[in-house]
Design a protein around this ligand. Structure first.
Ligand code: NDP
Ligand code: GDR
Length: 357
């Protein structure tokens, strides 16, 4: 019988970690996930796959850890002896990175170095494969459209700058020590379990609440930012494919289509039968229900970023040709799935609230 592969996933409690853990378990891996200590529960996305570790067939284990603690990273790599490490942990919110720039650099930039050095310290640099969660935020200010692996980087936030270090330290350790270390440069990917403060989920939750009469207005920032949005489920498959390649390398995963925040809003409201019209400009712009005239969307400058990334559009040709990867979920399917999931979630919550009244 062949030995099961072992993977160590940092950021397992996040959107991508939860999808990737499921995928690897399905593929027969033993999966170790790193979770942060928190005063409240932060494991909702993986509770369903967690089994009592005493059970003979348990294949998913969780360990406390933090990317800002190198002693902890070294110990976890030593204890779990992984074949593959997927470094997904990060302070991943671009706007929050302007508020907590030093912490973001510590976790998102130096955190990656801690992993790579742990492999060297433990003399595992030639036996463990390493995946770094790089990002389209590296492209930032538009230099070329669509963005390719060869497009120059120009990050526009403390998050993007931290991820720039992370990208290059991964490349450097690959070249300096022959490590199987790769970057997935992933464009935005979303799902029903996307964090609630990212714009897509913020919109779909608000649409569900407006539909249920629990909220009247959705406040947003820049409606004209354009993003290349795919489904997280498709993207974690790509992460795994990158790691399986004989040669480590860096790949863009994207859909090759771009849409504005405004388009996302319009499609999401269409799912509850509302047609959104727009009037006014800038901070005074309003999105209204064309049937009733009710004001549904307003602009709040609080959500504007000190420096914005205006347009992201990825060229996924390299991943398609070398990995055979391509996205499966279309933009309208993504919006539909997210709105439907939030409507369902809300109806379950209100049912529970009614029971408790
Ligand atoms: P999430 O924000 O959903 O998840 C981030 C994860 O990292 C969570 O598990 C979080 O823990 C954990 N984490 C945060 N800080 C630390 C720390 N200091 N030590 C240990 N764990 C920590 O992000 P996604 O799942 O969306 O993204 C996964 C990765 O991919 C991130 O690195 C992100 O920057 C990157 N990325 C994401 C893209 C996207 O569109 N989703 C696109 C390109 C890159 P907790 O649950 O406790 O908060
Ligand atoms: P992004 O995602 O910054 O691209 O980073 P986010 O959903 O936060 O913003 C996308 C665009 O929408 C605009 N926007 C708003 N954004 C938020 N969060 N809230 C609002 O109210 C709002 N109104 C308009 C933003 O200005 C922006 O232009 C995500 C994260 O997952 C990163 O970790 C990842 O690296 C990149 O995607 C690729």
């Amino acid at each position: 019988m062949t030995k099961k592969k072992t993977a160590l996933i940092s950021g397992v409690t996040g959107q991508d970690g939860a999808y990737l853990a499921r995928l690897l378990i399905e593929k027969g891996y033993i999966v170790h996930g790193i979770k942060r200590r928190s005063s409240s529960f932060n494991t909702q996305r993986v509770d369903e796959i967690y089994r009592d570790p005493h059970e003979a067939d348990a294949s998913f284990f969780m360990h406390y850890g933090d990317l800002t603690d190198s002693t902890n990273i070294i110990r976890l790599v030593q204890e779990t002896q992984p074949d593959e490490i997927y470094n997904l942990a990060a302070q991943s919110h671009v706007q929050v990175s302007f508020e907590t720039p030093e912490y973001t650099a510590n976790a998102d930039a130096v955190g990656v170095l801690r992993f790579l050095e742990a492999l060297r310290i433990l003399k595992l640099e030639s036996s463990v494969r390493f995946y770094q969660a790089s990002t389209s935020e590296l492209y930032g200010k538009v230099q070329e459209t669509p963005q390719r692996e060869t497009t120059p980087f120009y990050p526009r936030s403390p998050y993007g700058v931290a991820k720039l270090y992370a990208y290059w330290i991964t490349v450097n350790y690959r070249e300096a020590y022959g490590m199987h270390a790769s970057n997935g440069i992933l464009f935005n990917h979303e799902s029903p379990i996307r964090g609630e403060t990212f714009v897509t989920r913020k919109i779909t939750r608000a649409v569900a609440r407006i539909s249920a009469g629990l909220q009247s207005t959705l406040y947003l920032g820049n409606l004209d930012a354009k993003r290349d949005w795919g489904h997280a489920k498709d993207y974690v498959e790509g992460m795994w494919m990158i790691v399986q390649c004989d040669q480590p390398d860096d790949y863009i995963l994207a859909t090759g289509e771009t849409h504005s925040v405004r388009e996302f809003v319009e499609l999401a409201f269409a799912e509850i039968g509302k047609n959104i019209g727009w009037r006014g400009t800038g901070v005074d712009e309003i999105g209204y229900d064309t049937k009733t005239g009710a004001e549904m969307v307003r602009v709040d400058p609080r959500y504007f970023r000190p420096t914005e990334v205006d347009l992201l559009l990825g060229d996924p040709s390299k991943a398609r040709e070398k990995l055979g990867w391509h996205h499966k979920t279309t933009f309208p399917e993504l919006v539909k799935e997210m709105v439907a999931a939030d409507v369902k979630l809300l109806s379950r919550e209100s049912w529970r609230n009614t029971l408790n009244e």
